[in-house]
Design a protein around this ligand. Structure first.
Ligand SMILES: Nc1ncnc2c1ncn2[C@@H]1O[C@H](COP(=O)(O)OP(=O)(O)OP(=O)(O)O)[C@@H](O)[C@H]1O
Length: 875
């Protein structure tokens, strides 16, 4: 309880100027200790009587106090920005944050000095301002120590500074009307209230009294009106003296709190109930059975290919009853096969399939499918660093917190070690660490492939980050060398990926090179001699970004596995200019993750929905995201994918909240309109309470072009989705499970056959949509989304080599704008152009551009423009 309501109130009132407030609260109620006060708060809260004291902790990081007075337009004012207000996953809307709603009936008096000042400087104009902020009348009077009507003495500002905010608020309430003030003061006050309105600190603290982010601006506006109507010259003068600063905001805040408690009891009550139902704090308490156990956690901590999983699986196999939790279906299938082959009866459970092995006491499952009800002796959670994954992290967090196992083995890199320690201290579990090193160090080949696929060797795995690139690279390798390529990427079914992996691993065929996406980073045992990065940037769904170092490490680490025919791992890049980044990534220590993912259970969303009965499901998810409370070690997992499906399902009538929630987790590629169409159709049939049919034709044979290959991929995904739904809804609602399984197996075979002969140009998955336009800069761009797809090297080569007088250029680094740029390298500057041939005239214009940048002082003295570094040969 120590961190309970008292903390929250104390935080609100504990600013230097307002330290008296906490004392006042205590003395008012005649409580002599915080404990007594705490109990009083609890009682009041539980009885929900008129005074709704918040029972709420703020996970607030206070912004630095600004001591100086700052003009509103000053860029330093960004500290008031809503960006500071992110204790939860909500953001402060600064919509109408500067609006001032003046009194409806009364005009506001203030003393004008600008332009009215008398010769002696003491006599100034007094003007009335009505609600539209127009000056009505002018009078002349003395400024300084006396007010014209009340004759009140304006006291020193320190008097006000140390007064009890409750008293100040009471005075404001009882005041008839405001004292008049100077126009400049009035304007300063307005600026101060603008600061208040956009202050992340204040919005954050207001959550402590259940003033929600969305209501905060309205509350501040009303408070401002109240303040302007009622404030005394003394109070105004003090606030003005603080200026539009955080100091002023902090001074006003406790008065604002009093005002809100009195004026908005209903809003506070409503928001409090909403917040309570979106409470994701203390997630370890969600699993009482696991908490009742004395669990031993063993963290197998090390880089890839260091034997972590091997050792954990030894314990798994020795146990009487064990569970292995995998990040991928493929890996669950691998473990299922492996341990059964070793004589340990093990069943398989993934979202799509359940394979029950009679007498089995072990299970290999995907992490989302893990049961937190069953008891196990040993559990293994593989790739534990995925707890920090922005989308799926919650599944690992749930497994760690909720597994009922005496011994839990976590395998992963060290990035989440600290946070696991923290979680174990909260859960009371005993944590043991086992550290590992790679069996053999990973060696970087500095030579690279020099941009030439002729330098590809047997046992290479060329990594590309899009399906399109994968097929382009495969085509280029097969065209310009004697190697044949297998491919592995995320859209392929696990069975096909395995088939391709086996083809590559088998030494007795011509398929000795693998071209793969980042899907190769986890789960497959591959005989890779060298990992070659085709590029080190990828499209992240929004823009092209550099591949994060952790991912580069994970992928590069696949080279040279113990027991394979290439035990020494090598890695390099296609382009020389990518080499530095590769080395940087491999050198970087593992990042220390600060937060891990969480996502609400259906029951939590349902409870929340009870507070907001009249909104749609997507709106509900949005609101939950805005209002949920999280402890400092957790973040709410991204649910864009879920929201997209939820939006689509809005067209389907008659689904319950639970149905909608479940449908949203179905594995569907929301960028694939055909797959989305099928999901909607399945949901529509389901809502009409008719058995959901597959209604999908089987392809006649393997694919003859990329469009047909894409069609096979989509069909398999739809079947996979049907199978998933059949496992997550009542059996009779999706009765064609066996048929779907047969079809999926056949399509996976067809995909395998298709890939063996695939040598065609990759297509877009966007169905009938127009193809992206080719822009002058040589990059394709999708309308509106700013995505620039890297060009096909093969295509570029062909295009450029047709030019008259072309010179062959290989430049050392790729610019950020894919056109031309400069980069510092080993103390000098290099002119950078993307790898392609261009004519001499174009090249010299680029050189000129580079010189201009150097002359303009963009780079340090002594920099020079590098010259051609080699020759690009693609044929
Ligand atoms: N003690 C051992 N005896 C025989 N083979 C081993 C041993 N330890 C590991 N291996 C083999 O070495 C390879 C890598 O081991 P493992 O998969 O456990 O590494 P890892 O650190 O979990 O890597 P990743 O994180 O990439 O999965 C596997 O093929 C595994 O079978």
């Amino acid at each position: 309880m120590a961190g309970g309501p008292v903390t929250s109130l104390f935080r609100i009132y504990a600013s230097r100027n307002n330290a008296c407030r906490s004392r006042v609260l205590l003395s008012y109620q005649n409580y002599h200790s915080l404990r007594q006060f705490n109990n009083w708060v609890l009682d009041t809260y539980q009885s929900s009587s008129s005074f709704d004291v918040p029972l709420r902790q703020c996970s607030t990081s206070l912004a630095d106090i600004i001591h100086s007075r700052l003009p509103l337009k000053n860029p330093q004012f960004s500290i008031f920005n809503s960006a500071n207000a992110r204790p939860f996953s909500s953001s402060v809307s600064d919509e109408d944050s500067n609006m001032v709603e003046l009194d409806e009936n009364k005009s506001l008096d203030f003393v004008e000095n600008a332009g009215f000042e008398g010769v002696d400087g003491n006599r100034v104009g007094v003007v009335d301002v009505n609600e539209s902020n127009v000056c009505n009348s002018v009078a002349i009077e003395e400024e300084q120590s006396k007010d014209a009507e009340g004759g009140k003495k304006i006291v020193g500002k320190t008097d006000v500074a140390f007064r009890d905010p409750v008293e100040l608020y009471r005075e404001l309430c009882t005041a008839e009307k405001n004292d008049r003030m100077k126009r400049t003061d009035w304007e300063t006050l307005r600026e101060i209230f603008s600061c208040f309105s956009i202050s992340g600190w204040a919005a954050n603290q207001a959550l402590g009294i259940y003033i929600g982010m969305s209501f905060f601006h309205t509350a501040v506006r009303k408070f401002q009106n109240f303040f302007f109507k009622k404030c005394s010259a003394e109070l105004a003068m003090h606030v003005v003296s603080l200026g539009p600063s955080e100091k002023a905001v902090r001074f006003l805040f406790p008065i604002f709190v009093e005002y809100c408690i009195e004026e908005f009891p209903e809003e506070i009550k409503r928001f409090r109930s909403m917040i309570r139902s979106a409470d994701l704090t203390k997630p370890h308490t969600w699993f009482p059975f696991a908490r009742a156990m004395k669990r031993k956690i063993i963290y197998h901590c090390g880089p890839t290919n260091s034997g972590k999983t091997y050792n954990a699986l030894q314990r798994f196999m020795e146990a009487k009853k064990g569970i292995y939790c995998s990040p991928l279906r493929l890996l669950a299938m691998e473990v299922f096969d492996k341990v059964n082959a070793l004589g340990v009866y093990c069943s398989l459970q993934t979202g799509q399939e359940k394979k029950f092995v009679p007498f089995s006491s072990h299970i290999a499952c995907t992490v989302e499918m893990v049961s937190t009800d069953e008891l196990y002796d040993v559990a293994v959670i593989d790739e534990i660093q995925m707890m920090a994954d922005s989308c799926r992290g919650y599944a690992w967090t749930r497994a760690l917190l909720g597994l009922n196992a005496d011994e839990i083995h976590l395998c992963g890199d060290p990035s989440v070690l600290d946070i696991v320690k923290k979680i174990c201290s909260e859960t009371g579990d005993e944590l043991h660490e086992q550290h590992y090193e790679r069996f053999k160090p990973l060696v970087v080949e500095a030579k690279t492939l020099l941009g030439d696929f002729k330098n590809v060797r047997s046992g290479d795995c060329v990594v590309a980050f899009s399906r399109r690139e994968i097929f382009e690279v495969k085509m280029a390798i097969e065209k310009y060398s004697n190697h044949r390529c297998c491919v592995i990427y995320g859209a392929l079914p696990p069975e096909t990926r395995r088939q391709q992996a086996n083809l590559f691993n088998d030494q007795d065929n011509e398929y000795d090179v693998l071209v793969a996406s980042d899907a190769v980073g986890m789960g497959l045992n591959l005989n890779i001699r060298r990992v070659v990065f085709n590029s080190l940037s990828k499209y992240n769904g929004d823009k092209i970004v550099q591949v994060p170092p952790s991912q580069v490490k994970q992928i590069a680490g696949r080279a040279g596995r113990r027991g394979s025919c290439y035990p020494d791992g090598l890695t390099t890049t296609l382009q020389l200019d990518d080499l530095d980044y590769l080395i940087d990534c491999l050198k970087q220590p593992f990042e220390n993750v600060k937060k891990v993912g969480l996502f609400p259970f259906f029951e939590q969303v349902e409870l929340f929905a009870g507070q907001l009965p009249d909104i749609t499901f997507p709106q509900l998810l949005e609101k939950f995201g805005e209002n949920c409370r999280l402890d400092g070690s957790y973040f709410l997992c991204r649910h864009d994918h879920i929201k997209k499906v939820a939006n689509m399902l809005e067209k389907v009538q008659g689904l319950s909240l639970e149905d909608r929630f479940n449908f949203c987790f179905a594995p569907v590629n929301f960028r694939d309109p055909k797959a989305m169409y099928y999901l909607q159709r399945f949901a529509a049939s389901y809502s009409q309470k008719v058995p959901v049919s597959i209604a999908m034709g089987m392809p006649k044979g393997s694919a003859r072009n990329d469009a047909e290959l894409l069609d096979l991929e989509t069909k398999h995904q739809v079947l996979s989705m049907y199978l998933w739904l059949s496992q997550h809804f009542k059996k009779e609602t999706f009765p064609y499970k066996e048929r779907a399984e047969e079809m999926a197996t056949d399509i996976a075979d067809l995909l395998g056959q298709s890939l063996i002969k695939a040598c065609w140009k990759p297509e877009s998955r966007q169905g009938g949509k127009p193809r992206p336009q080719q822009k002058e800069d040589g990059h394709e761009r999708h309308k509106g989304d700013g995505y620039r797809r890297p060009n096909s090297l093969v295509k570029l080569y062909k295009k450029q080599s047709g030019k008259k007088g072309a010179v062959k250029i290989m430049l050392l680094a790729e610019s950020s704008d894919h056109d031309v740029g400069l980069r510092r390298r080993e103390g000098c500057l290099l002119l950078i152009v993307k790898l392609f041939e261009c004519d001499a005239h174009y090249f010299s214009s680029l050189q000129e551009k580079a010189r201009e940048r150097v002359t303009a002082g963009a780079f340090p003295e002594g920099s020079c423009i590098g010259n051609l570094a080699g020759t690009c040969k693609l044929n």
